[in-house]
Design a binder for this molecule. Structure first.
Ligand code: 0PR
Length: 365
């Protein structure tokens, strides 16, 4: 029996989206290819080089190095691995390397710390949900292998002060990693300082399969200096290529081809248009929710967080809206490319209907 995937018309909290038609078509064409074996699959391997070039353009990096990963989780794990290896080879102390990250960092770093045996030190965020720089300064020391800044947080879409974090990282000879897995394809059209050309960023996660409108799986790991990838390389004696820096072996050629197709089609104008649409939608939704008396976190990027009563949240889920909440319990709506104004209007109408229902006293007979 043929199964159909879910429709996207009520998907409001996912960071996945419908791929651009050219990205979908490229993914299908390259399904049976493996960029993990460039000797056998040279076309997809060359396309991966193009993907990295294009990602470098998006992220302000001339002469970029990196690879197309399975997603932000892999890119973050690999960045931590680079920092750990570098710390091991240069550190004067034999202590466990640490990674200093804001509380707003993605949970993939918990996985990285667990798999790689590094200590993750979480630093509080301020009232604006950005990392508290004083707390970072107080936290770093000679065991710090990496400082993480988030450029587009998962919960509130906030951007940490990347240039300041870079300075702190350099003061203890640690690497600075920027997690722009979600934000990377909207930030180029804002005033934020977030990329390689704004600050001495060493490594970055930037995912085509989120705002980049490529098919899953297409994450991106970028490194400023190609030698950082050497920290990851293992020998691959029986392949034509002699070493491999990726975490997984066989990889999705579909993801790579689709990332290139999406970026060639959309960078920069298509992404700019999408950012404007998404940001307008986020601001519209934030205003509608605020008018109704909900506490709304100002959408700096196309992501709205608002306090709605738990019962309403649950009722919306029961009605088929695919929504999730922040750690503090706010409803979050991510204005991905598939999220239209019409869809948000129906969502607000559904919310109004529920709220008026709960205000109407139950008739007693
Ligand atoms: N870094 C940031 C800032 C992220 O927001 C995410 C994913 C990652 C890294 C990890 O990326 P991958 O999931 O590609 O490995 N943030 C989303 C989240 O946790 C992931 C997601 C996507 C969740 C789609 C649900 C969903 O339907 O909310």
């Amino acid at each position: 029996m043929q199964r159909e995937p879910q429709a996207f018309d009520r998907v409001l909290s996912s960071m996945c989206t419908t791929p651009h038609p050219v990205a979908r078509e490229a993914a299908e064409r390259f399904l049976a290819t493996n960029p993990g074996d460039p000797g056998t699959y040279p076309t997809i391997s060359a396309l991966e080089d193009e993907a990295i070039e294009l990602l470098g353009e998006v992220a302000g990096l001339d002469d970029p190095a990196g690879y197309v990963a399975s997603g932000g989780t892999e890119a973050n794990i690999q960045a931590v691995r680079i920092a750990r290896e570098r710390a091991r080879s240069t550190a004067a102390t034999a202590e466990t390397p640490t990674v200093v990250m804001p509380q707003s960092g993605h949970f993939s770093f918990q996985k990285a710390a667990n798999v790689l045996g590094v200590d993750l030190e979480l630093v509080p965020t301020d009232d604006e949900h950005r990392v508290d720089l004083e707390a970072v300064r107080a936290c770093v020391d000679e065991t710090t292998a990496m400082v993480v800044g988030v450029a587009g947080t998962t919960e509130y879409g906030r951007v940490d002060p990347i240039p300041e974090l870079a300075e702190i990282a350099q003061s203890v000879d640690a690497l600075l990693h920027v997690d722009a897995a979600w934000g990377g394809f909207v930030l180029p059209f804002t005033d934020h300082a977030w990329h390689f050309d704004h600050a001495p960023v060493d490594t970055m996660a930037i995912d085509p399969h989120k705002m980049g409108q490529a098919a899953v799986p297409a994450g991106g790991l970028l490194v400023r200096d190609e030698t950082l990838l050497d920290e990851l390389a293992v020998d691959t004696p029986y392949l034509e290529s002699t070493s491999q820096a990726t975490l997984t072996g066989t990889r999705s050629g579909a993801g790579v081809a689709s990332a290139v197709a999406a970026m060639e089609e959309l960078w920069p104008d298509g992404y700019r248009d999408q950012y404007v649409r998404s940001q307008n939608n986020a601001e519209w939704l934030a205003a509608e929710l605020a008018t109704r008396g909900y506490d709304v976190v100002d959408p700096e990027l196309p992501l709205v967080a608002a306090n709605v009563p738990e019962a309403t949240f649950e009722a919306l889920r029961d009605a088929g809206w695919r929504i999730s909440s922040t750690g503090s319990g706010e409803l979050r709506v991510v204005c991905m490319p598939h999220v239209t104004r019409t869809q948000l209007e129906s969502f607000v109408a559904a919310l109004d209907a529920l709220e008026s229902e709960s205000e109407t006293p139950t008739a007693t007979t």
